[in-house]
Design a protein around this ligand. Sequence first.
Ligand code: FHN
Length: 436
Amino acid sequence: MRTVMLAFIAVMLCAAPLAAQQQGDIGYTPSKENLEAREWFQDAKFGLFVHWGVYATIGKAEWVMHNDKIPIARYQQQADRFNPVKFDADEWCRMVKDAGMKYITITSKHHDGFAMFDSKISDYDIVDRTPYGKDVIKQLADACKRNGLKLYFYYSQLDWHHPDYYPRGRTDIWYTGRGDNGDWYSYLDYMDTQLSELLTQYGPIGGIWFDGMWDKPEDDWRLSRTYRLIHDLQPAAMVGSNHHRQPYPGEDFQMFEKGLPGKDPFSKGGHVSALPLETCETINNSWGYNATDYNYKSVKDLIQYLVKAAGNNANFLLNVGPKPDGAIQDEFKERLAAMGAWLRENNESVYGTRGGPIAPQSWGCTTHKDNMVYVHVLSAEDQAVALPDFGKKIKKAELLSGGKVEYEQSDKGTVIVLPETGRNEYDTVIRLTVAD
Ligand code: FHN
């Protein structure tokens, strides 16, 4: 009996990851356009994450419905107060470009289920339910096009509002007033319809940034069908999911939340794939607008986060939570502007690069492009840094800001002496020209 039980447990343990693996489209071969989009994405390096929804009217971030146990009937009233008359999509784009960012990823629907776009399958959306009555996603899509930015849509698979999101998952919310029943596959149909809307109403988009599958990861999400739908409608659109697991077939990039690849708190040191990588982070401690969160990260922290992401071969998606009136608070704008100023001076060591060739070190990290290696020294107090051998002969070393740099290379590695002048408080970048 015991043997049978053990065998049963062993089968169950093997079955879970297998079922999980099969969520994706096993036969997926990315199209040429998709592979080009991945290259573009990796070259772009820096994007703006936007968490914006009716929750902004409460000013307690995007989980307020859950955290404050607000029933649907009462939460819906927030839509009556959502009137972002100061929203100016072109101004957002100017801010993004000035920050050196190349794309925007915005919440088209968060866990509260409220669509920030004009959804035809539901009236629980910005056009039908708010005094504002206009589609902000459309305005942003048009402005991004005018400004040469790519637009990605965050879409929450988890939905605290839809009656068919049932059985409920980890965030089981009994206080919403929804019944204890629902047709799961009807919910997935609804989700696919909304995704089709997002992929057909706004021109070419960068991709879909899924979130929320972690709410009930072992359920049948029909991922292969949904991912195929997206790729059929827009072959170049990149699919990624913040499920905190290794990527499923059909996904085109892998994201990490609040940590560098493999070092984020959610994936528990998990697998870093060969797909394009991205890590997202907040400027204060909140994704959605939080009126009492004053824990702003410094410009130095943010620049170093971007550089470390690049050194780890990942993009950096930095978040703002706009106010309910559509304005972006000054504390965010100031930090973005400062990052942009730094990037204008150091752009060549970030854009178009890939991580390495030397693994991140205690003093910083490296990026590379063609026959250049960029050494990013993040600890300003270091007088010299030691680079392990990376198999290339260094022909020249210079500060990116100008000026010669002394170095000594042997078959064990290289010691670089940092000049007294020309160091940067955020990141001293040394450009090494290496032999082919
Ligand atoms: O629950 C969400 C959260 O609100 C936010 O959207 C972040 C962004 O990465 N993701 C989820 C948690 O993993």
